[in-house]
Write a new protein. Structure first.
Ligand SMILES: *[C@@H]1O[C@H](CO)[C@@H](O)[C@H](O)[C@H]1NC(C)=O
Ligand SMILES: *[C@@H]1O[C@H](CO)[C@@H](O)[C@H](O)[C@H]1NC(C)=O
Length: 266
């Protein structure tokens, strides 16, 4: 599946609010009040700052799931919330964090459902985001392990690791709870793909706005943004895009520096 293109579409989605912010700031305080910060934990999130837990846990993750010789590991961050868990056999809800820093388990609709079904809530951070980066320097060479394929295997390894942790907690072994995975947008695609690729590791998956269909040069996406923004805002967006594209193509680093994207060699 064309994960690269899909990720491109979603990262473009994430860039839009970033571009809108300076734009709206420039238009005065009235417009600023219309702007809402994006949810902290992906598109399934709720109001920021409202978490069930933000206590960090760590597991050792395999850097390259497809090499027989490369055994390097990195630290992957995750969160757990067990207050609602009907011990020991209640289900486990895995909320997949996507292409952003994952800072906790949000108190959103998933929490309501976890309470209703006596589920444990767990959420691992996506490799290369937040504190789960295998490398300090994001050089092209170091970025080659960033793919949805590797991320899916991360989820499978996490699922097995956490099941064993849970079994140890409940003093038992060889038992499987029922696992259900959730995600939205890019992580919605991961959610659907995880269910397809590892049907034995889940009993189901929910994919909200899952971007599973890769479309080359997907201009309809921008067209919809333009329609939603309205003619005046659309024109401003296009101008900003033109300016940024021009800067990037000119080889100047000023725009990259603005977004902390300039590679600093030590
Ligand atoms: C765990 O289970 C074993 C075997 O059933 C038992 O001997 C042991 O006392 C249990 N430990 C705890 C902490 O419950
Ligand atoms: C993308 O599609 C638009 C509209 O159909 C077209 O004008 C443009 O040339 C295409 N770009 C590429 C790189 O294919």
């Amino acid at each position: 599946m064309g994960a690269g293109t899909t990720a491109g579409a979603t990262s473009r989605l994430a860039v839009v609010p970033l571009l809108l912010l300076p734009l709206l700031l420039a238009r005065g305080a009235e417009a600023v009040s219309l702007w809402r910060p994006p949810p902290e934990a992906g598109l399934l999130g709720s109001a920021p700052g409202r978490f069930l837990t933000q206590e960090e846990h760590w597991m050792s993750q395999t850097l390259d799931h497809f090499s027989p010789t490369d055994h390097r590991q990195f630290k992957q961050r995750y969160y757990e919330f067990l207050d609602y868990h009907r011990a020991p056999n209640g289900p486990v809800f895995l909320n997949i964090c996507g292409e952003a820093s994952c800072t906790g388990i949000s108190n959103n609709y998933l929490a309501v459902m976890a309470k209703k079904f006596g589920a444990a809530l767990v959420s691992p951070e996506h490799r290369y985001y937040g504190k789960s980066s295998p490398f300090e320097d994001l050089t092209t060479e170091n970025l080659r392990f960033l793919s949805s394929k590797q991320a899916l295997s991360d989820l499978a390894v996490f699922r097995q690791y956490y099941q064993e942790t849970l079994n140890a907690k409940y003093n038992r072994s060889g038992v499987d709870n029922s696992w259900f995975v959730f995600g939205g947008s890019y992580s919605g695609a991961l959610s659907a793909w995880f269910r397809l690729k590892f049907p034995h590791l889940t009993c189901g998956s929910l994919a909200s706005s899952g971007v599973v269909l890769a479309v080359y040069n997907f201009t309809d996406f921008d067209k919809q943004i333009g329609e939603s923004a309205g003619p005046e805002c659309k024109e401003a967006l296009q101008e900003v895009t033109r300016l940024v594209d021009g800067q990037l193509q000119s080889g100047h680093n000023s725009v990259k520096e603005l977004f902390g994207a300039k590679l600093v060699r030590k």
